[in-house]
Design a protein around this ligand. Structure first.
Ligand code: FES
Length: 127
C-alpha cells in the first residue's frame, strides 16, 4: 500500500500514513487531538485545518490523504486549546443555598416536660 508524508504545523510533527487515511486519523497517529464534536461526520466543522501552501481550509475528518501534505492546525481546532491567562480578576461568590442543614436530636419526654398530649419523644432543633 502506498504511503504519504504528512507534516503538522506548528507542532513540526511528521509521519507516514497510508493512502486514503483521513487527516483526522493522521493527526491522531501524530498524537494531536482535534475537536471532533460530531464524531467525524463532517457536520460540526470543528476539525477545520489549513493545507499548505495555499491555505485552503478542509475538514480533517473528511479530507483523505492522496499526496504528501503540510497541514496547519489552528488553535481552535485542537481539543485542548492552549490559552494564556493574561489577566485574572478576583471574583467573590455569594452563597445563597436553597436548602440548609438543621441538626435535630430526639429528647425523650421527662416528668417535668411531659404533658398529657405528649407521650412520644419530641424533636428539638439545635441550630
Ligand atoms: S469532526 Fe465534525 S466536521 Fe470534522
Amino acid at each position: 500500500m502506498k504511503h504519504f508524508q504528512v507534516t503538522f504545523k506548528p507542532d513540526g510533527k511528521r509521519l507516514s500514513v497510508h493512502a486514503g487515511a483521513t487527516l483526522l486519523e493522521a493527526a491522531s497517529q501524530a498524537g494531536i487531538i482535534l475537536n471532533t464534536v460530531c464524531g467525524g461526520k463532517g457536520i460540526c466543522k470543528k476539525c477545520t485545518v489549513r493545507l499548505e501552501p495555499d491555505g485552503r481550509k478542509v475538514l480533517a475528518c473528511q479530507h483523505h490523504v492522496t499526496s504528501d501534505l503540510t497541514v496547519t492546525i489552528p488553535p481552535e481546532s485542537r481539543f485542548f486549546e492552549q490559552k494564556i491567562l493574561a489577566r485574572a480578576s478576583k471574583a467573590t461568590l455569594e452563597s445563597n443555598p436553597i436548602f440548609t442543614q438543621n441538626i435535630a436530636q430526639a429528647i425523650p419526654p421527662s416528668q417535668s416536660w411531659a404533658s398529657p398530649s405528649t407521650s412520644a419523644p419530641q424533636l428539638w432543633l439545635l441550630n
